[in-house]
Design a binder for this molecule. Structure first.
Ligand code: PGA
Length: 261
């Protein structure tokens, strides 16, 4: 049995992807902040980058409620990279975390492990916590290649990537076949994969501020969140579709809080 660090509050990360609208930022924060302030669940909002500062301004007036993360980050710190946003720009806008290697970025925008590795280094250099997303496709799962794929995706951690004792890292297992499909991974699979991820990390001898937080993502909903978050191995959930509307996200948080009580 592997376990999340005792005493650590679990986390729910709301990844809006390319959804929502500007005014919805404050509405969402207003609905979710009271839940976060109960202190039973940490909440991270990942809005489209354009609204990061907007969310940051609201949160400056309601400190401690919710933290912010970015859905993506440039693989370079500065220069002639049209359309990119650097890790330090995101940090200055209020982000504390950034997703790297999300399967939609890998699949639709050509993000290779090499690019993910550079993004990892940029995040660490800027003091952002990278949230490394890993996961196999349906085809890879059927071909029995899940372990090999996950090991390859985790291998970017092996070079050290700029880890220092002050750094932190989160890793999210998001099987590609589960994202947006309504078909979440089983608790058994999530436990098994996160156990392998912990062993991989333990074998690296990297020193950071605390053990990496391990998340699960993929079709998390108010109906299944409780059974997933209650797993010892799970430090939190990365939620896409069910996190955008405040009512649905609040339902989800409530079911998580009940499961953890
Ligand atoms: P989903 O997305 O919850 O809509 O499946 C999760 C994610 O891609 O982070």
């Amino acid at each position: 049995m592997i376990s999340a660090t005792p005493g650590r509050r679990k986390t729910l990360v709301a990844n809006w992807k390319l959804n929502g609208h500007a005014e919805g930022v404050e509405a969402w924060l207003e609905a979710m902040a009271p839940i976060a302030l109960e202190g039973k669940l940490d909440l991270v909002l990942m809005p489209p980058a354009l609204w990061m500062e907007r969310a940051g301004k609201w949160l400056a007036r309601h400190p401690g409620a919710i933290t912010l993360g970015a859905q993506n980050v440039a693989a370079c710190e500065e220069g002639a990279y049209t359309g990119e946003i650097s890790a330090s720009m995101l940090a200055r806008a209020g982000a504390r975390y950034a997703l790297i290697g999300h399967s939609e970025r890998r699949r639709l925008f050509g993000e290779t492990d090499e690019i993910v590795s550079r993004k990892l280094a940029c995040c660490l250099a800027a003091g952002l916590t990278p949230v490394l997303c890993i996961g196999e496709t349906e085809g890879e799962r059927r071909a029995g290649e899940t372990d090999r794929v996950l090991e390859r995706q985790l291998a970017i951690l092996d070079e050290g990537g700029g880890f220092s004792p002050g750094a932190s890292l989160w890793i999210a297992y998001e099987p590609v076949w589960s994202i947006g499909t309504g078909q979440a991974a089983t608790p058994e699979l999530v436990e098994a994969v996160l156990s392998r991820v912990r062993s991989h990390w333990a074998g690296l001898n990297a020193t950071i501020h605390e053990e990496p937080r391990l998340l699960y993502g993929g079709s998390v909903s108010p109906a299944n969140a409780a059974s997933l978050v209650a797993l010892e191995a799970v430090d939190g959930l990365l939620v896409g579709g069910a996190s955008v509307e405040p009512e649905s996200c609040a339902d989800l948080c409530r079911s998580v809080i009940r499961a953890l009580a």
